[in-house]
Design a protein around this ligand. Structure first.
Ligand code: CP
Length: 309
């Protein structure tokens, strides 16, 4: 593939190959000398139209660890503020001959559209409520390191599924690798077509968490709610916030995940987020490794001829 636009379109062997490559990147990242040279001389531009802490910084570190020149385009102080469109912004950067564009945008489909216009490889770093493929890959890597295999593993994805690109990409990936995926949330935050994605649906945490191996919590994305349904924080935490009492409904060796950013006391209790069953910090480490793997996999598809030859 020349681009990574979503988990949709990847085969199970391709997903496993990326996870294996990421495993090697974990080793590289734990050495004193963290550099490889597969992207030496290449240019990577990170173009984020939405806020990010983890994804943008880990893509920057990943590119640098592979030897690329990495530029972070600061959209807040760019000519987007003067009305320049997504496509004009991307074409302007494309004219500077980057090899890879890493793009986050608030509109579902925007990254696909952009990939059709530019001449370089494009990586989706999150598009609206559509896909966040590198998040699903880093979650899968974290799960595989602890549970070994995905076969028959019960993964409960909990909370605001409706607005979550993380949930969508995780459902696609986990189903592809043989896990059993459950979605738990208030009916108002479950998308109508969810049953078509091959998941079990629950509106009650006790029933949904029973026998779960992995409990994946999602942030309540209040910025994407149009005001028609914004739950009160106290009520939401009471019914859907993960505290130790609710976590005890899952298997005794269940592990807790959250893609971040977390809203402590809204969807997750601090004691659980920082507790012995939490993988949240390890997910961040795996984020750098997975992004190195994705960049390295795309590197073999980058043209070897100068674009003006
Ligand atoms: N998980 C995730 O995408 O975090 P950021 O929004 O901080 O990049």
């Amino acid at each position: 593939h020349r681009h990574l636009l979503g988990i949709e379109g990847l085969t199970p062997p391709e997903i496993v190959a990326l996870l294996d490559l990421a495993e090697e990147a974990v080793d590289v990242s734990r050495q004193v000398e963290k550099k490889k040279s597969v992207l030496r001389g290449r240019t990577q531009i990170n173009l984020f139209f939405e806020a990010s802490t983890r994804t943008q910084s880990s893509f920057e570190l990943a590119g640098k660890r592979l030897g690329a020149d990495v530029m972070n385009m600061s959209v807040g102080s760019s000519s987007v503020k003067k009305g320049e469109t997504l496509i004009d912004t991307a074409m302007t950067l494309n004219a500077m001959n980057p090899d890879i564009l890493v793009v986050r945008h608030h509109a579902a489909g925007a990254v696909h559209l952009l990939a059709q216009k530019v001449g370089c490889s494009v990586i989706n770093a999150g598009d609206g409520a559509h896909e966040h493929p590198t998040q699903a890959l880093l979650d899968a890597l974290t799960i595989r390191r602890h549970k070994g295999s995905f076969n028959e593993l019960i993964v409960a994805i909990c909370g605001d599924i409706l607005h979550s690109r993380v949930a969508r990409s995780n459902i696609l990936l986990l189903n592809a690798l043989g896990a059993r995926v459950r979605c738990i949330g208030p009916s108002t935050l479950l998308p109508k077509a969810l049953d078509r994605l091959g998941v079990e649906i629950f509106t009650d945490m006790k029933a949904g968490l029973a026998d779960a191996d992995i409990v994946m919590m999602l942030r309540l994305q209040r910025e994407r709610m149009d005001g028609s349904f914004v739950p009160s924080v106290r009520e939401y935490f009471h019914f859907f916030g993960l505290d130790q009492e609710k976590l005890d409904y899952a298997k005794p060796d269940a592990l807790v995940m959250h893609p971040g950013p977390m809203n402590r006391g809204v969807e997750i209790d601090s004691a659980v987020a920082d507790g012995a069953q939490s993988l949240i910090r390890e997910q961040v480490e795996m984020g750098v490794a997975v992004r190195m793997a994705v960049l390295e996999a795309l590197a073999s598809h980058l043209p070897n001829q100068p674009s003006f030859a």
